[in-house]
Design a protein around this ligand. Structure first.
Ligand code: NAD
Length: 252
């Protein structure tokens, strides 16, 4: 799939992975609509930026309408995400507040932004949807490293699999591919926020850069494959071979 000249929407683009995706898509010749609740998104050069909340339907519709004004929408990157530690024995008040923030951002936001965008992808003859998942959903890779106290975040990424799988199958008729990126640790403000001083501890070893994952995203889009979580880990070459069998595409 060639995305040059198409409009690409990227949620949560003020920093980290979203910023890298927006910059890479712009470098590939896309016209990018980048948005975030953080107004720092306006500091990215070479993109159209908006301050908007993916968990608010009115904001989502405003973003997609603005993107459609720019040109033919061909790419949607559902990147905005919230991460919290909410173990099952944490206070109810914390759990319910975290539930709203995590599920509204990581799931309801993806559902709404995709619903608003899909009619444009269909009208434009096809496109690509990328959902930001996590290696937490790949049992063969996350065993032993999946933090035990990220209940809601973990659940939100497992639930995201339902969207990736269902939409990939349903939208194949419209030449729309839908894939998840399910990688390990990437050096972003979200990862650094886990550590008190914002410094990555040596024990963590090497981590990937957001630019690495932006490259992977471009490769996945160009490949035309669909319905898959594609992982990435430090020290392992990622190759996009033949697609795995349908039942192995989401959880590895
Ligand atoms: N960094 C990692 O190691 C890693 C690994 C696996 C998956 N992911 C996923 O990748 C995505 C990006 O992660 P990151 O590390 O760049 O995170 P980050 O926290 O550094 O950046 C996330 C961005 O999303 C924005 N955002 C949050 N809620 C929003 C909302 N309601 N509306 C609009 N924007 C909102 C934030 O303001 C922020 O700019 C997330 O979905 C995350 O779960 C990250």
């Amino acid at each position: 799939m060639n995305v040059t000249g198409k409009v690409a929407i990227v949620s949560g683009a003020a920093q980290g992975l979203g910023k890298a995706f927006a910059e890479r898509l712009a470098a590939e010749g896309c016209r990018v609509l980048a948005f975030d609740i953080n107004p720092a998104v306006h500091e990215i050069s070479g993109v159209e930026a908006m301050t908007a909340d993916v968990s608010q339907r009115g904001d989502v519709e405003r973003v997609v309408a603005a993107a459609a004004e720019i040109g033919t929408i061909g790419v949607l990157v559902n990147n905005a995400g919230a991460w919290k530690q909410t173990p099952v024995d944490s206070p109810w008040e914390q759990a319910l507040a975290d539930w709203d923030e995590i599920m509204d951002t990581n799931l309801k936001g993806v559902m709404m932004l995709s619903r608003a965008t899909v009619p444009h992808l269909q009208a434009g003859g096809g496109g690509a949807i990328i959902n930001l998942s996590s290696y937490y959903v790949l049992p063969a890779k996350s065993d032993g490293t999946n933090p035990p106290d990220t209940d809601l975040y973990n659940a939100s990424k497992w639930a995201l699999n339902g969207f990736t799988d269902a939409w990939a199958k349903y939208l194949a008729k419209d030449n729309i591919t839908v894939n998840g990126l399910a990688m390990g640790a990437v050096d972003t403000p979200m990862l650094r926020g886990l550590f008190a001083d914002g410094e990555l501890p040596a024990a963590l070893g090497d981590v990937m850069s957001a630019a690495d994952i932006a490259q992977q995203m471009m490769d996945v889009i160009a490949s035309g494959r669909s319905g898959e979580n594609v992982g990435a880990w430090v020290g392992e070459l990622v190759t996009l071979n033949e697609q795995p069998a349908l039942h192995q595409r989401i959880t590895g």
